[in-house]
Design a protein around this ligand. Structure first.
Ligand code: NAP
Length: 484
């Protein structure tokens, strides 16, 4: 309102006051009788607005609308104070005969694009060109017919709006609030292209993490198959193909989970070293690092998914027939050998520790995943969020690494583990997490930590004034370096 008083003048402000006061008595027009129109009409009627729906064949669709809505011919749009254009953009030209009826009115363009467009004109701009005497507002395209019908509690509450006419935009924002949505002002109509593209994106922030997860999964699956299936077949003619559906998958998931978790913290470590090396935080990171830093949450969630699947697969291991047969065979061999006690103290401890640490790692990962949800993240302050995502995140990485180290135990030193000269999987998996953990430890060294904190508070190496003291003050000819 303040904006209108400054930019649009007193007349616009008065109009807006009148609009707010009369919102319930408003006549809202909707052109088109499709899914969107029906849901919108229902919502508007529920909010107490008078609704007039314009159709080419009103008698055909009248039964689909609430009784309170008037379904009539398109020309009835002239009764409305504000008109929603709920027809596809390719049919806008069929509405040009309504120009006189729509002149001076706010037209809400709810259309979505068919494909992501980098350059305009957007549908809303095309509508504005067709109806130069009306004020086009872009909005509601990110709100589905379902959300409109079910009410804002069942879907996204935000409605992104933009328009070149501040007054028309404010009217639609007002109506939006009445309907229980939260209007978000996206500025001028030139933003409409971006708003139209929004519903067309397919997980843009998930692409890299998902590709990484799949690539790692395929790599480790093949690597484990070579170790566990191909090697016994080639060296001993043994058929171990039965391991492919569960056992190999079960050793692949934890490998992917741990590497993905290390990839969550690796960019932060690289960024810290880069800042130390450059001696400033005011130089942009390379694009790939920026991109990686903004995808850490998705990397973490992929890691959590793999860890959770590993837990489920592990619980299923004893249920398999192969596991039961192997157990019976071992028991039989033990009986035949007259061995009454197969207890091996070291193995018992190893398994107890291995499971306990693994469960703790999964617990911490679950906590990280839950707190990354916006609804939960909004309930904690920045310090709490950082504590969970950074401190507890590193604890999860440490636990995961320990889990793998205990799994390895002394196996890394057994020649039999190096099939075809390839190191066992757990050794490969440990490279990245150990690098991240050791680098993090290096950043904790007091001298390094102190310099990094200085840099993050704005200290810069280039602003570091170097001056040489006069020969009397100079100690052994060394430079005195001080920071300003
Ligand atoms: P729809 O079910 O196909 O309805 C489109 C309506 O346009 C028809 O019912 C028709 O009504 C009218 N129309 C007017 N002139 C037309 C012509 N020359 N040819 C064909 N139809 C004409 O589509 P919708 O799902 O309601 O979508 C309408 C608009 O809302 C689209 O721009 C869409 O992008 C947008 N939108 C839809 C949703 C959603 O969830 N459905 C969500 C966000 C945005 P009459 O036959 O009565 O004239």
């Amino acid at each position: 309102l303040e904006d209108i008083l400054i930019t649009g003048g007193q007349k616009d402000a008065d109009n807006l006051f009148t609009f707010s006061r009369n919102c319930y008595a408003l006549v809202i027009g909707i052109l088109g009788t499709g899914d969107f129109s029906r849901s919108l009409a229902r919502r508007l009627v529920a909010c107490g607005c008078r609704v007039v729906v314009g159709s080419r064949t009103p008698s055909r669709f009248v039964a689909l609308f609430p009784e309170e809505a008037e379904v009539t011919h398109m020309e009835a749009a002239n009764q409305a104070d504000l008109v929603f254009v709920a027809v596809y953009p390719e049919h806008y030209s069929t509405l040009v005969h309504l120009k006189p009826a729509l002149a001076g009115k706010a037209l809400v363009d709810v259309s979505n694009g068919l494909q992501i467009k980098q350059e305009g004109p957007s549908n809303a701009q095309q509508l504005a060109d067709l109806f130069p005497e009306s004020s086009v507002v872009k909005g509601f395209n990110t709100t589905s017919a379902w959300t409109l019908q079910a009410g804002p509690r069942d879907g996204s509450r935000q409605v992104l709006l933009c328009s070149d006419d501040q007054m028309a935009k404010s009217s639609v924002m007002q109506l939006c609030r009445r309907m229980g949505f939260i209007p978000v002002d996206m500025g001028l109509l030139s933003s409409s292209l971006e708003i139209e593209n929004l519903p067309l994106y397919l997980f843009p922030s998930w692409r890299t993490p998902i590709i990484c997860t799949l690539a790692l999964f395929i790599f480790f699956y093949l690597y484990n198959s070579v170790h566990e299936v191909l090697h016994p077949y080639i060296t001993g003619g043994k058929n171990k193909l039965y391991k492919l559906p569960i056992e190999i998958v079960n050793v692949t998931f934890p490998s992917v989970a741990l590497v993905m978790l290390a990839l969550v913290y690796l960019p932060g470590v690289i960024a810290a070293f880069l800042q130390l090396w450059r001696g400033t935080k005011y130089t942009r990171f390379p694009d790939w690092l920026d991109h990686w830093l903004t995808r850490r949450k998705q990397f973490g969630l992929c890691s959590f998914l793999c860890a959770a699947l590993h837990a489920v697969y592990s619980l299923c291991l004893p249920m398999r027939k192969s596991a039961r047969f192997q157990l019976l065979n071992k028991a039989f061999e033990q009986v035949k050998a007259g061995n009454a006690d197969s207890w091996v103290e070291a193995d018992v401890w190893r398994m107890e520790l291995y499971l306990s640490v693994g469960i703790m790692a999964l617990g911490l990962l679950s906590l990280l995943a839950v707190t990354s949800l916006p609804s939960v993240a909004n309930t904690v302050n920045w310090r709490e969020f950082t504590f969970i995502q950074s401190t507890l995140g590193y604890c999860a990485l440490f636990m995961g690494t320990l889990h793998t180290l205990i799994f390895g135990w002394d196996r890394a030193f057994l020649a039999a583990q190096y099939h075809f000269g390839l190191p066992p999987t757990f050794l490969l998996v440990l490279i990245l997490p150990l690098t991240v953990l050791l680098s993090r430890l290096a950043l904790f060294l007091p001298c390094v930590n102190h310099r990094l904190r200085q840099i993050r508070r704005g200290w810069e190496k280039s602003r570091h004034i170097r001056f040489t003291l006069s020969s009397e003050d100079c100690f052994n000819g060394l430079e005195n370096v001080s920071n300003v």
